[in-house]
Unconditional design. Structure first.
Length: 538
C-alpha cells in the first residue's frame, strides 16, 4: 500500500497517541498513588493536654495530612459517646476537642480516632489524665488576645504556658482571620494543679501551631508580650512559618504519645483505566472539515460611574455606651461625627478624675483618629463606683455636667466558662472603624433569664472580630450569664441600634453584612471619551 507523505505523518501521530496517552495516564496515576501514600499519615502527633480545670480539659493533636478526628471517653472501660472537634466537622491537620462535665480530682481515660483508626498512647494503653482538685482560690479572669498571621483558615491552635514549663498550657483555636483570645486565669501548676497568679514579670511562652513543623513562638515576660489591656504588643508578630521540633517546648507532663490499636483494612486502590482509542482507517482518504468561527465582542461603551457608600450611623454623645463590664474593668464606646482622637478620664470621685486612658488601638507614643472609639479602663477594684468624662476631639461629654458613672461588679466565687463567638464584617472598606455591640437574650427559659450585660469589640483591618461571651454577667451582675444554644445573640453596630441582627448561640462563626445598615451612595461619573486612547477608532 502506497502512503503519501501526508498520510505517513498522520499515521505517526495516531501511533504516538495510541501509545503515549495510556503511558501518560499510567504515569500520572502512579504519581498520584505515590503522593497519596506519602501524605496519608493520620497518626496523632504532638498530643497535648491543655485548659485543665476541675471539671474540664482540652485535648489537642496534629496530623501530617488533613483528616477528621474525635475523642472517645471511657468510663469504667466502656466507651462513651464520641466528642468531636470544637470547630465542627471538617478535615484539618490541627485537632481540638473539649471534654466537659467532669468530676474534680478524678482520673479519666480516652482514645483518639483519626482518619477512621483508633489510637492509644505510645505505650499501647488508653490516654489518661486527672482533673484538678477544688481549691480555695478564686481565679480572676485575665484574658489576653492578638492575631496570628500567615494563615488562611481556622486550622491553627494557640498555646500559652510558663516559659520554665511549670504549668499546663492553656489554648484556643482561631477563626480564619487569625484573631485569638486566651484566659490566663486557667493556667495551673503541674506540681499540684493549683491556679497560677500572673504578674508583669511572669515569663510566658506564646505559640501558634498548625502542623508538626509549622508555627510561631514568642517568649518573654507578661509586660513585654502584652499591654495593660492584655493585647499582644504591636511590635510583636505571631507569623506562622516553618519551625521544627515545636513539641519540645511543651512540659513533659502535658505531652502524650500515640499508637494505632484498631486500623481498618485498607480499601483496594481505585484503578484508572486508560481511555480506548478508536481504530482509524488509514486507507481512506483524509476528510477535511471546514468550520467558520465567529468572535463576538459584546461591549457597550458608556459613561463610567463610581460610587462610595457612606454609612448613616448616628454619632455624638447619644451613642455613648458602657460595655464589657466586669469586676475589674469596663469599656466605654462612642461614635464621633468626624475622625478625631478620643480618651477618657476617670476616678472614684467626681472632682478627682486622675486616671487617663486612650483608645485600645493607640500605642504609648502614637494617637490615631477614628469615627468609632473604644477605651478600656485599667485593672480596677471590684464593687466600686467610678466616674468618668469623655474627650472626643474638641468635644467633651460629661453627662450634662453630672459625669458618667459605672459600678464594677462583685468578684464571683468561681471562674467563668471560657466561651467566645467570632465572625467577620462583609461589604465594607474600613472595618476597623466600626464597633460591634452584642447582648445575649434568653429564649428558652433555661439557664439565666432576661438578657446579659452589653459586650463590644472592634474588628481588625480585615473585618474579623471576636467576642468573649463566657464572662458576661446577668442584668444585675450577680452571676455569669448561663446560656444555651437556643438562646439568642443580638448584635448591632454602634450608631445603628435600630438595625438588629439575631443569631442563635449555637453559631460560632457569624458574618455581618454592613450593607444592611442604611447608607448614602455618593456617585462620581467619568464622561465617555471620544476614543478612549485607541488609535484609528471608527
Amino acid at each position: 500500500m502506497h502512503l503519501t507523505p501526508y498520510q505517513k505523518r498522520q499515521l505517526k501521530i495516531v501511533v504516538a497517541l495510541v501509545i503515549g496517552i495510556p503511558l501518560t495516564i499510567f504515569a500520572v496515576y502512579q504519581g498520584i498513588q505515590y503522593l497519596s501514600k506519602a501524605s496519608a499519615d493520620v497518626t496523632p502527633q504532638d498530643v497535648v493536654i491543655t485548659n485543665l480545670t476541675t471539671n474540664s480539659l482540652t485535648v489537642t493533636w496534629f496530623t501530617q495530612s488533613a483528616t477528621d478526628g474525635y475523642v472517645i471517653p471511657l468510663l469504667n472501660g466502656v466507651e462513651q459517646s464520641p466528642v468531636r472537634d470544637k470547630r465542627g466537622s471538617g478535615r484539618r491537620t490541627s485537632h481540638y476537642v473539649e471534654l466537659r462535665a467532669l468530676e474534680p480530682s478524678s482520673k479519666y481515660s480516652f482514645t483518639i480516632v483519626s482518619g477512621g483508626s483508633k489510637y492509644t498512647n505510645s505505650s499501647g494503653i488508653n490516654y489518661e489524665f486527672t482533673t484538678a482538685p477544688v481549691g480555695t482560690e478564686t481565679p480572676i479572669p485575665n484574658p489576653i488576645h492578638g492575631t496570628v498571621t500567615g494563615i488562611s483558615n481556622d486550622d491553627v491552635v494557640v498555646y500559652v504556658f510558663s516559659k520554665n514549663k511549670s504549668t499546663y498550657p492553656v489554648s484556643t483555636t482561631t477563626p480564619s482571620g487569625g484573631n485569638w483570645i486566651v484566659d490566663l486565669s486557667s493556667l495551673r501548676k503541674i506540681s499540684d494543679k493549683s491556679i497560677v497568679k500572673i504578674t508583669d514579670d511572669t515569663e510566658l511562652l506564646l505559640m501558634a501551631k498548625n502542623s508538626t513543623g509549622k508555627g510561631a513562638v514568642l517568649e518573654g515576660s507578661y509586660s513585654s508580650l502584652f499591654d495593660s489591656n492584655g493585647k499582644l504588643n504591636r511590635t510583636l508578630s505571631l507569623a506562622v512559618g516553618d519551625l521544627g521540633d515545636l513539641i519540645s517546648y511543651f512540659p513533659d507532663e502535658s505531652r502524650l504519645g500515640a499508637k494505632v490499636i484498631d486500623k481498618p483494612e485498607p480499601k483496594p486502590p481505585v484503578v484508572i483505566k486508560p481511555p480506548t482509542t478508536p481504530t482509524q482507517d488509514t486507507d481512506r482518504e483524509d476528510t477535511v472539515i471546514d468550520r467558520d468561527y465567529q468572535i463576538v465582542h459584546d461591549l457597550r461603551w458608556v459613561d463610567m460611574v463610581t460610587g462610595q457608600a457612606t454609612s448613616n450611623l448616628q454619632s455624638g454623645e447619644s451613642t455613648v455606651l458602657i460595655t464589657n463590664l466586669t469586676d475589674v474593668g469596663f469599656t466605654v464606646v462612642w461614635r464621633s461625627p468626624q475622625k478625631v482622637d478620643g480618651y477618657i478620664k476617670y476616678g472614684t470621685s467626681k472632682t478627682s478624675l486622675t486616671e487617663e486612658v486612650w483608645d485600645v488601638r493607640d500605642g504609648l507614643s502614637n494617637r490615631g483618629t477614628y469615627y468609632a472609639h473604644s477605651v478600656e479602663s485599667k485593672r480596677i477594684d471590684p464593687d466600686t463606683t467610678y466616674y468618668f468624662t469623655i474627650y472626643s476631639g474638641e468635644d467633651i461629654y460629661n453627662n450634662s455636667g453630672s459625669m458618667y458613672s459605672v459600678t464594677t461588679l462583685p468578684t464571683l466565687s468561681s471562674p467563668p466558662p471560657f466561651e467566645t463567638r467570632s465572625g467577620s464584617l462583609e461589604k465594607i472598606s474600613t472595618p476597623g472603624d466600626w464597633i460591634v455591640i452584642a447582648q445575649i437574650v434568653d429564649d428558652d427559659e433555661a439557664g439565666t433569664l432576661g438578657s446579659s450585660k452589653l459586650m463590644s469589640t472592634i474588628p481588625d483591618d480585615n473585618g474579623y472580630w471576636i467576642l468573649t461571651v463566657g464572662d458576661t454577667r446577668s442584668e444585675d451582675g450577680s452571676t455569669y450569664f448561663s446560656f444555651s444554644n437556643a438562646d439568642i445573640l443580638n448584635i448591632y453596630f454602634l450608631g445603628a441600634k435600630e438595625k438588629l441582627f439575631e443569631f442563635p448561640m449555637s453559631l460560632s462563626e457569624i458574618n455581618l453584612d454592613t450593607s444592611a445598615v442604611d447608607s448614602t451612595v455618593v456617585e462620581n461619573s467619568v464622561k465617555l471619551l471620544s476614543d478612549y486612547g485607541i488609535v484609528n477608532i471608527k
